[in-house]
Design a protein around this ligand. Structure first.
Ligand code: THU
Length: 150
């Protein structure tokens, strides 16, 4: 079930649906032979473009890449360093109804390009789930502003 956007939200329903579609199609390409936990992520940039990524695992386990990191790389490659919204879809592993929220490292990676108010939406293989802001997932965070570069 699709949840309505909160009042005053800059993310439109068509954008939300486009993010979901892009993340789901990226998830289908995930390379996750070790965990069987396929993840897709989609990022909306300030030009209204959507960039997607999937997780890519490695036989040397720590060398795997998260879907969010891949999506951010695609965004930067396309010439943007501003993320307005993110959607992550994961299959939930053994708990199919679980929501996949960005791991700690990915929260910090998202912090580089997103405002504290940036919406981060979670979905599983069945439906769109809870929605957070970046500040909720990464409170009191450290970012480019601390280095005087923002
Ligand atoms: N994973 C992601 O791609 N994004 C997340 O937000 C959580 C976890 C991946 C990493 C690994 O390939 C698999 O999911 C299981 O941890």
């Amino acid at each position: 079930m699709t949840q309505p956007n909160p009042p005053g939200d800059a993310l439109t329903n068509p954008q939300q649906q486009a993010l979901l579609a892009a993340a789901r199609s990226a998830q289908l390409k995930a390379y996750a032979p070790y965990s069987q936990y396929q993840v897709g992520a989609a990022v909306l940039d300030e030009q209204g473009r959507i960039h997607a990524g999937c997780n890519v695992e490695n036989a040397a386990y720590p060398e795997g890449l998260c879907a969010e990191a891949a999506a951010l790389s695609a965004m930067v490659l396309a010439g943007s360093t501003r993320a307005l919204a993110v959607l992550v879809v994961g299959n939930g592993g053994k708990n199919k109804s679980a929501w996949t929220t960005p791991c700690g490292g990915c929260r910090q990676k998202l912090r580089e390009f997103g405002a504290p108010t940036m919406p981060i939406l979670a979905a599983n293989d069945a439906e769109l789930g809870p929605r957070y802001t970046l500040a909720q997932l990464l409170p009191e965070s450290f970012g480019p502003d601390h280095l005087g570069t923002a």
